[in-house]
Design a protein around this ligand. Structure first.
Ligand code: PBG
Length: 326
């Protein structure tokens, strides 16, 4: 009798070809969504200081950026608009001549098969920087719903394929679904930011999107990072309200939520958002020579898929697609 077990797991690790053959999880450019910041009142791209290699683009530069992303092999984008005017009612969020509808039309003209997803939230459009309408010093849920619905319809009218509501208002998916159907956009899909945690990892995004709250924080509407069961409840409610796909955000610190939501709601496509702070941590350590950026980014994204994400929104999308092609 052998002193060793019959099964030796190292047998299948002996060469790169064996490891590739037996790999359980594969990243593919077709799973990746590239976020893009579009600024209405700038003439040229401006780098985001806390996100190396990420810029805010002017409308005129979008076609060139879309060409780059497509050339890398990524076919889906998530648009964030930074409008030239902000007010208490987020008026620019609902106007057809505002930054995101114009960006959608520009993207569509440069690539008719591009999947165009738009973030639907008012924090970049309100003068106070919160994700909803303010009443008595607090973000009011029900008066925010029609604003989000109008914003979604404007994006659908401009040609968005998928609306991604991220305001974390209760009932936002149902309100948007009803408004889209009523306006004749039954084919426009909804990717719900279902389990969106009140996270410190959004810091660099708020610099990029100019959406830092002017007072307080977002804990009265985004989820408590300590809550596990509630994330499943959020996902289930979005599914019941008519979401076509669900999302967990941030990604790496919440792999347990990705895995459980995938188990509990296996019929729904699940996305995960590797957010700005996750990106910035890797990029900053890499800039100091403390981490290998490419290997760390690929390992993080593989872990997110392994946990159960079908799709990943990541600022690394086009670069990862390039690395995978090598
Ligand atoms: C809008 C929104 C935020 C992010 C995506 N949509 C910021 C926030 O909730 O404060 C964060 C994305 C990132 O950090 O990359 N509400």
């Amino acid at each position: 009798m052998s002193h060793f077990p019959h099964r030796r797991l190292r047998r299948l690790r002996r060469s790169s070809a064996l490891r590739t053959l037996f790999r359980e999880t594969r990243l593919s450019p077709s799973d990746l969504i590239q976020p893009i910041f579009v600024v209405e009142n700038e003439a040229a791209a401006v780098p985001v200081a806390s996100m190396p290699c990420v810029s805010r683009y002017a409308l005129a530069e979008l076609p060139r950026r879309i060409d780059q992303i497509r050339a890398a092999g990524v076919r889906s984008v998530l648009l964030f608009g930074i409008p030239s005017t902000k007010d208490a009612l987020a008026s620019a969020a609902r106007a057809m001549d505002s930054v995101v509808p114009r960006a959608i039309e520009t993207c569509r003209r440069s690539a008719d098969d591009l999947v165009i997803i738009t973030d639907v939230c008012v924090c970049s459009y309100t003068d106070h920087g919160h994700c909803g309408m303010i009443a008595n010093g607090a973000v009011e849920n029900d008066t925010t719903l029609p604003v989000l619905a109008e914003m979604a319809v404007a994006h659908a009218r401009a040609g968005a394929d998928i609306i991604a509501p991220s305001a974390m208002m209760d009932g936002q998916v149902a309100a948007i679904r009803t408004a889209l159907d009523t306006a004749g956009f039954a084919e426009t899909a909804i990717l719900a930011y279902s389990a969106k945690f009140a996270s410190s990892f959004y810091g660099p995004f708020r610099e990029a999107a100019d959406s830092t709250p002017g007072f307080g924080d977002r804990r009265a509407y985004q989820m408590d990072p300590a809550n596990a069961r509630e994330a499943v409840a959020e996902a289930r409610m979005d599914a019941e309200e008519g979401a076509d796909a669900l999302m967990v955000k941030p990604a790496l610190p919440y792999l347990d939520r990705i895995a459980e939501i995938k188990r509990e709601l296996p019929d729904w496509p699940l996305a995960a958002y590797q957010v700005s702070g996750e990106y910035a941590m890797i990029a900053a350590a890499a800039a100091r020579g403390w981490l290998n950026e490419r290997a760390t980014a690929l390992e993080s994204l593989t872990a997110i898929k392994r946990a159960g994400a079908d799709l990943i929104i990541t600022y690394y999308a086009d670069r990862v697609a390039g690395w995978l092609a090598e």
